[in-house]
Design a protein around this ligand. Structure first.
Ligand SMILES: Cc1cc2nc3c(=O)[nH]c(=O)nc-3n(C[C@H](O)[C@H](O)[C@H](O)COP(=O)(O)OP(=O)(O)OC[C@H]3O[C@@H](n4cnc5c(N)ncnc54)[C@H](O)[C@@H]3O)c2cc1C
Length: 320
């Protein structure tokens, strides 16, 4: 676009907007990018304390631009958008929810996360306003916004992650890539209620709770031995808050192949996760009406067997 405009003599300017600190603003003392989250977040917070949050007056610039052109702005319908089938959460920072976030965020049966991901992704809320709220209301919530910037700088500094593992030895894993099992995972018919509830929530709403995203991602990669890129692509198609760097970074985290990833031998037990984070099965029953009846499918794999199979596939890839 920049080149096409330039060749027609039209100016093209870019401005920092999506993040508080860009990829080259938080670097290690040797000038290289961070690949581990904790020291990155420490440096990010130090810079926040020194620089503060600098806000930009973007609206007046935009209004001047619109006023200076003869043509009127086309409506969304005129440029081809139609009304979607999902309801869109508001772009409001709910202070009480953020205050309680540290205690409630892991329970998918509670409506306890901000649902601002979609607005951050499309720029319909200011990340600076969110950071100011995080500073005031919840260090844990602020930390999540730092994860967002961490993965953005990873993608910018290590663009190979878009197509391959951050750590290339993980590209040697022999995936089973069973298409019938992948379809069951997509449809929420694996027989693991926490996984199935999450996948159904995703298809029906375009959203899935973060704890459940971790469970379904781990299950696909570790229990079913399906390439994380298949799951990443499904999420990219379905998530309203889909954003390449966060999606890729979190999928690689779940696969153990990314920067600062959980070690591959840490394998979530989906039944245990359900007992811990949805003890009354509120979330599960919401998305699986046939839960507890004979109509609900039997598990497609047995946890202990699948765990052993995963460990052996990862171990042989990593030592070869
Ligand atoms: C496999 C997997 C895929 C994911 N794909 C995406 C994606 O495509 N887009 C996306 O924005 N997030 C993604 N996440 C991160 C996280 O699940 C969502 O940001 C969060 O669930 C969105 O809900 P919320 O807006 O209520 O978040 P809140 O819990 O209220 O958090 C506030 C904001 O912090 C950021 N954030 C929170 N957790 C993370 C995280 N782990 N990594 C990066 N940023 C985070 C988001 O911008 C989020 O909106 C993914 C997580 C997993 C495990």
């Amino acid at each position: 676009m920049a080149e096409a405009l330039k060749s027609s003599g039209i100016g093209f300017e870019t401005f920092k907007d999506q993040v508080l600190f860009e990829a080259d603003e938080i670097l290690k003392p040797d000038g290289k990018p961070y690949v581990v989250f904790t020291p990155y977040s420490k440096k990010w917070l130090e810079k926040l304390n020194t620089d503060g949050v600098v806000q930009f007056d973007s609206e007046s610039g935009l209004n001047n631009f619109i006023a200076s052109t003869d043509s009127k702005m086309p409506s969304l319908q005129e440029i081809g958008f139609t009304v979607g089938r999902f309801s869109i959460p508001g772009s409001i920072i709910m202070e009480d929810l953020i205050k309680n976030y540290a205690e409630t965020r892991n329970f998918p049966g509670l409506d306890s996360t901000s649902r601002l991901g979609l607005h951050l992704r499309f720029g319909t809320i200011s990340v600076r306003d969110c950071i100011i709220a995080g500073m005031k209301l919840s260090a844990v919530w602020l930390n999540e916004l730092i994860w967002r910037e961490f993965f953005m700088q990873i993608l910018a500094n290590f663009p190979h992650v878009e197509k391959s593992a951050f750590r290339n030895e993980y590209d040697r894993i022999q995936w089973l890539n069973d298409e019938a099992l992948f379809e069951k995972w997509c449809d929420g018919r694996t027989g693991y209620p926490m996984v199935d509830a999450g996948m159904r929530e995703l298809s029906q709403t375009g959203f899935m709770h973060n704890r459940v995203r971790m469970v379904v991602a781990g299950f696909l990669v570790k229990h079913l031995l399906i390439d994380w890129r298949w799951g990443e692509a499904w999420f990219a198609e379905k998530l309203l808050d889909f954003e390449l760097s966060s999606n890729n970074g979190n999928w690689q985290w779940a696969a153990g192949s990314g920067c600062d990833a959980a070690p591959y031998f840490r394998i979530f037990n989906p039944a245990e996760q359900a007992r811990k984070f949805d003890p009354q099965a509120i979330y599960i029953k919401k998305w699986i009406p046939e839960y507890g009846t004979p109509a609900y499918p039997q598990p497609v794999v047995e946890h202990t067997e699948a765990r052993k199979r995963c460990l052996s596939a990862f171990q042989s890839a990593l030592k070869s």
